[in-house]
Design a binder for this molecule. Structure first.
Ligand code: SAM
Ligand code: SF4
Length: 454
């Protein structure tokens, strides 16, 4: 069996591979973006080059998500279109990676027999061996979805596209088992990378020209090692010279500790933003979701965050139409949303995932009711976001310039410390600069302003 240390520059490279191309497409979360960078690193070591031209590609990989049914449907449709490509180019390798591979395993092959590779999130190392076997000569379909208690890909190097932000995975898996969520089944048990190795990866990213890092994990703040927990890691990272900003996602409210809030408030380069997934404002529903906090505990956590960082942006995830959610439960969610005044929210209709506990509950909510609740919630949140943004008019926000604005090449687009996209008129500043911006206008999700140093 192939071991990780066999994936070196010399392994499996031969002349016939020099002009081979791969294409990798991500669905959903940033964790998939990072995992795809790890996979890209392997393929590039083997001599493959990345392409966005599907006709040129010898390998097409879809890195998938199973969180909601819709995400899986999108991948199925994409696979159908790839089938046409394969008819014209039978040597094309099609692979499904990630949560959907893990969730559906061999069932995927039953409906899509032209898929060559199915690799779960703990099996990416196998890719080199598969590609090697494919050349001399083709082995048939390969399905590997064995979950590991130990795999953290700590010795593999992501191939990042140059830019402002580098994603860094610090832990994998989840032990929380929320009753709606497929993640513990597709990503396995929680495991964390050693602090030293994360620090090295962050320093390398800075040396490569990145100025921001975003730490990733299904439950990023459950990070735990013998040498320290999440606040210890953040504290060490914040000392890295040249690291202008640190963000992290997604934390669980249960693991937001005073130590964490203290470290966040102490360092200017740790962003003033916490993503705090509420899921529901009804204690009854939270209990059924196995979320481990009540409505009141969540509200006092928000107060605690604000006592450390009064200007901290708070965003959230909310699910409407969880089984058994009555109109009163939904109204409780709306009341928490109005009370906290989240800066922004990711809002979802509950999607039953086979294999999870909540999918077995007998009191599922009708699609129409879910849709109505989602629309009401989106409207309220939209107004709150605008209201929060309008309150920033006249204030000075520190904006990290990330790119040229999509609307006009005369403007920059960047994010505030609190993660709000901001547009400023181009002047002498450059991408990767952090500049003080006086906010002059708020429209929807976006702020507009001017660099006060010009
Ligand atoms: N670990 C984070 C937490 O504890 O909240 C969340 C990570 S989860 C991958 C991202 C979001 O997807 C969740 O916060 C939840 O709102 C949403 N989600 C998960 N399962 C879902 C389902 N079955 N239906 C609808 N939304 C779901
Ligand atoms: Fe899913 Fe997050 Fe719950 Fe884990 S904590 S089961 S990732 S929602």
């Amino acid at each position: 069996m192939l071991e990780s240390n066999q994936i070196s520059k010399n392994t499996f490279v031969n002349k016939s591979m020099i002009d081979k191309f791969y294409h990798i497409h991500n669905y959903c979360c940033q964790i998939n973006v990072y995992d795809s960078e790890l996979v890209s690193g392997q393929l590039q070591t083997l001599g493959y080059k990345e392409t966005n031209n599907l006709d040129l590609a010898d390998i097409i990989l879809l890195n998938t998500c199973s969180i909601r049914e819709k995400a899986e449907e999108t991948v199925f449709n994409r696979l159908d279109s790839l089938h046409y490509l394969k008819k014209n180019k039978p040597s094309l390798l099609i692979g499904v990676l990630g949560c959907m591979a893990q969730n559906l395993k061999n069932d995927l092959l039953d409906s899509k027999p032209y898929v060559d590779i199915i690799l779960g999130p703990d099996s990416y190392r196998k890719l080199s061996q598969i590609i090697y076997n494919r050349q001399n000569p083709l082995t048939n379909h390969l399905v590997d979805t064995k979950l590991s208690k130990y795999e953290i890909y700590d010795d593999m190097f992501p191939s990042r596209k140059s830019g402002v932000n580098a994603w860094i995975s610090i832990m994998r898996g989840c032990d929380k088992f929320c009753t709606f969520c497929i993640v513990p089944f597709t990503r396995g048990r929680e495991r964390s990378r050693p602090i030293e190795n994360i620090l090295n990866e962050a320093k390398n990213a800075i040396n490569e020209g990145f100025v921001e890092i975003t730490l990733l994990g299904q439950n990023v703040n459950s990070f735990s090692t013998e040498k320290g927990d999440f606040p210890v890691l953040l504290n060490e990272l914040a000392k890295i010279i040249g690291l202008k900003r640190i963000r992290y996602t997604s934390p669980h409210p249960q693991d937001i500790t005073d130590d964490l809030l203290e470290v966040m408030s102490k360092h200017d380069n740790i962003c003033n933003h916490i993503h705090l997934p509420l899921q529901s404002g009804s204690t009854k529903i939270l209990k059924r979701m196995n979320r481990t906090y009540t409505k009141n505990k969540f509200l006092s956590l928000v107060d605690r965050i604000k006592s450390y960082m009064p200007d901290c942006s708070i965003s959230t995830d909310i699910i409407v139409g969880f089984p058994g959610e009555t109109e009163e439960d939904f109204l409780e969610t709306l009341s928490v949303v109005k009370k906290v005044k989240f800066n922004f929210s990711y809002m979802f209709k509950y999607s039953a995932r086979p294999g999870t506990k909540a999918a077995e509950y007998s009191d599922q909510i009708k699609e129409l009711v879910k849709q109505e609740r989602l629309e009401k919630l989106i409207n309220i949140q939209r107004n709150l976001t605008l209201m929060n943004n309008k309150e920033k008019v006249g204030s000075i926000q520190h904006v990290l310039i990330e790119k040229i604005s999509k609307k006009s090449s005369d403007f920059w687009s960047g994010r505030t410390d609190g993660n709000i996209w901001t547009i400023i008129k181009k002047n002498s500043e450059s991408v990767k600069d952090v500049v003080p911006v006086r906010i002059t206008e708020a429209k929807g999700l976006t702020l507009f302003g001017e660099n006060i140093n010009n």
